[in-house]
Design a protein. Structure first.
Length: 351
């Protein structure tokens, strides 16, 4: 994958390409302030043709940069759920090139595409016990090489210079590293959950080090579809209704509308709870004696109501994430979690 080259007086532009929008964010060189940020929504109906979808992404990036104060063209772009294969696996304990070979061998039998056409990386999690043996838990990461080339082409067409291509789970964790720098924080185990439009990203970490990563097939789009079905209304209207109702203060919401929305989305949220419970179970069985301290909820779907709902059902302290808490910024506080990935990508060269 592309590596970082050189130093600059400002960060590269973090480019988060989602299923509904493109978000760009850039920090100053001192990591003290958000230099510029922009979001541009993609068309509601995405074409099936990949070339046309790429044209829309290029147009969105171009429009988002226009009349903005982004400095330079250097950018870090992310690999997300659509193109990234992620799986925690357990292998024989080894190090260096020996561990590389073991992971490559394991990947060949697990990937949904040929390992010959794949870019394969891994993160070491920890030593774990399996019976009487000690094995190594690693997080396998892979994508097709043609995906890398496609992202590079997108950046070039949008007038950007890609200095790195990073994975979204790493960006998610990185954006909070500055907030958790105390020695005590580095020993705590935290679950980060980013609920986006199409998927939710789960990262369980010890300090700055990921121990578990998984994508869940649950997102805001599923909630919108549930509201549309239940209330028998067009999908765009359902999405607007749910968002506008959720963005209001609790005392300003229409009780009847709120009740109808809650009834609609209950099965989807139930599925989210089930998937998160399975993640927690895998973690507790694998990493025994290392309890989680809290859950940090982020992403474009994060809000106080969902935070309270998760806390009440997972028996785990839950807080609403703010990836820009330690930075000077003029961004409004509402749905600040949507900037997690873009912020983490922009910080790619600073850690």
């Amino acid at each position: 994958m592309v590596g970082w080259i050189g130093k600059h007086r400002n960060s590269p532009i973090g480019v988060d390409i989602g299923s509904r929008s493109v978000k760009l964010l850039q920090f100053d060189g001192e990591q003290a302030a958000v230099l510029e940020s922009a979001r541009w929504d993609l068309p509601a109906k995405r074409p099936s043709d990949e070339a046309r979808r790429d044209e829309q992404i290029v147009e969105a990036i171009t429009q988002a940069r226009q009349r903005r104060n982004f400095r330079g063209r250097n950018a870090v772009l992310g690999l997300g759920a659509e193109h990234l294969f992620v799986q925690n696996i357990r292998v024989a304990k080894a190090s260096g090139r020996e561990l590389d070979k073991i992971v490559q061998f394991e990947a060949a039998g697990r990937l949904p595409f040929s390992s010959d056409e794949a870019e394969i990386r891994y993160l070491e999690a920890a030593d774990v016990r399996q019976g009487d043996a000690v094995r190594r838990e690693v997080i396998l990461l892979a994508c097709r090489q043609q995906v890398i080339q496609r992202i590079l082409a997108l950046a070039d067409a949008a007038g950007l210079t890609p200095v790195a291509i990073d994975i979204e789970p790493a960006a998610l964790l990185r954006c909070y590293c500055k907030q958790f720098r105390r020695d005590d924080d580095q020993q705590r185990r935290v679950m980060f959950v980013n609920v986006g439009a199409a998927t939710s990203t789960v990262v369980i970490a010890r300090g700055n080090d990921a121990m578990f990563v998984k994508y869940l097939d649950v997102g805001g789009g599923h909630l919108d579809e549930a509201v549309a079905r239940h209330l028998k209304m067009p999908l765009p209207d359902a999405a607007a209704l749910r968002r506008h109702n959720g963005d209001r203060r609790a005392d300003q919401r229409d009780p009847e509308v709120t009740r109808s929305i809650n009834e609609s989305i209950r099965p989807v949220l139930g599925h989210l709870i089930q998937e998160l419970s399975l993640c927690l179970r895998y973690y507790s069985v694998t990493f025994r004696g290392q309890p989680l301290s809290k859950l940090v909820l982020g992403g474009g779907e994060a809000n106080p109501t969902l935070c309270e709902w998760l806390e009440g059902r997972l028996d785990l302290s839950c807080e609403l994430g703010n990836p820009l808490r330690t930075y000077e910024t003029t961004l409004p506080p509402g749905r600040i979690g949507q900037w997690e990935i873009a912020a983490g990508l922009a910080l790619r060269d600073m850690n």
